[in-house]
Ligand binder design. Sequence first.
Ligand SMILES: Nc1nc2c(ncn2[C@@H]2O[C@H](COP(=O)(O)OP(=O)(O)OP(=O)(O)O)[C@@H](O)[C@H]2O)c(=O)[nH]1
Ligand SMILES: [Mg+2]
Ligand SMILES: [Zn+2]
Length: 335
Amino acid sequence: MNKRRLSIQQQTRIAENQQRELQVNSDSFVDQSGPTAQNCNGRVISHYGQQLDVESLQNDQRGRLIRCHQRSNLPQLVTGDLVIWEADGEDTGVITALGHRSSLFGRPTAVSEFKPVAANIDRVLVVIAPIPEPFMNLIDRYLVGIECLGLKPLLVLNKVDVLNSTNSNYLDSMLSKYEVIGYPVFRVSAQTGLGLSDLEAALAEETTILVGQSGVGKSSLINSLGPDIDTEVGALSQGKAKGTHTTTTAKLIHLSTFDLVDSPGIREFSLGHIEPDRLIEGFVEMRSLTGNCKFRDCAHQSEPDCAIQEAVANGQINPQRLESYFQILQTLQNT
Ligand SMILES: Nc1nc2c(ncn2[C@@H]2O[C@H](COP(=O)(O)OP(=O)(O)OP(=O)(O)O)[C@@H](O)[C@H]2O)c(=O)[nH]1
Ligand SMILES: [Mg+2]
Ligand SMILES: [Zn+2]
C-alpha cells in the first residue's frame, strides 16, 4: 500500500470520526443533562450565521419565534434540532441544551468534513426537473449519501408541465431505473398542482427535507403544498436555464399533517466522507449481491464469477448504475 493511499484512508477515517463525534457529542450531552425530546421546550426552525430561530414548544406560547444564540459548549445546532432555551429578552434567548437527535442529514464539504444540515429528519425528497437538466450521477450520489445515513429517499420529478417530445423519453427512462430498484417516484407540477395529492399522502406524519439542484422548484413545491406558505422562489438565470440559489438556509415549515425542510440548492454532492470499501452499501440493488462474488475482495470488474457483473449481464443491474458506482469510487480514491 503506497503512502498516498494511506493518507486518503486516514483522511476518510478522520472525516468519519468527526461525524461520529458529532453524534456522540449530542448523545453524551443528552446523557449528562437529560433533555429528551419530551422535555425540550423549543425546535430550531432556521439558522442565520451565529443566530437561530427557535419555535417555542411551551404550552402557553407554542409556535412563538425566539431569536437565539447557542451556548458555546454545544455542537453546531441545525434546523430541526430539539433544544432547551431560556429567555434573555422580549423575543430573544439562549439555547442551553441539545435534545437527542433521531437522525442527522448533512453533506460533506469540499474538504471531506461532514456538514450537518438538518436533524430529526425521516425522509429525503430528491427533487429533479426537466430544467435545469438532471444528471443520473448526481441522483446516484444523493441516493448513496442518503442510504449511508440510514434515511429513506423519495424521488420527485417536478415541472411535468414543461415535458415535451425531446425531454420526456429521456426522463422516463432515467426514472424507471430507480423505480425498478424500489425507489418511490412522484411526477408533479408545483405550477399546475398535478400529482401533488399523491405526494402529500406520501409525506403524511413525517418530517421530510427537500434537496436538489438550484432551480428545480423545491421552494415552489412547498408553497404549492401549503396555501399559507410563501417561501421565496427565484427565476432561472437567463440563457443558461440554471437556478440562482434563491434559498440560502435550511428552514423547517409546518404543513397540515407533516413538516418539510426547504434547503439551499447545491451544485455538487460530494461523498468524500464515505470509505471506498463501503460505497457499494449505498447501491441498494448491489449490496446484497457482493457476498456472492467468488473473491471476497472482488472489485466487480473483470474477476471470474463476479455476482455483480453476472447481474449486469442478465439485466438485473442497470449498467449505468454500475458505471456510476465506478465513477464515484474513483473520485473517493482520488480525494
Ligand atoms: N413550469 C414550471 N416552473 C416551475 C415549477 N416549479 C417551479 N418552477 C419555477 O422554477 C424556478 C425555480 O423555482 P424555486 O422554487 O425557486 O427553485 P428551488 O429549487 O427552490 O431553487 P433554490 O432555492 O435556488 O435551490 C422558478 O422560476 C419557479 O417559478 C413547475 O412546476 N413548473
Ligand atoms: Mg429554494
Ligand atoms: Zn464482484
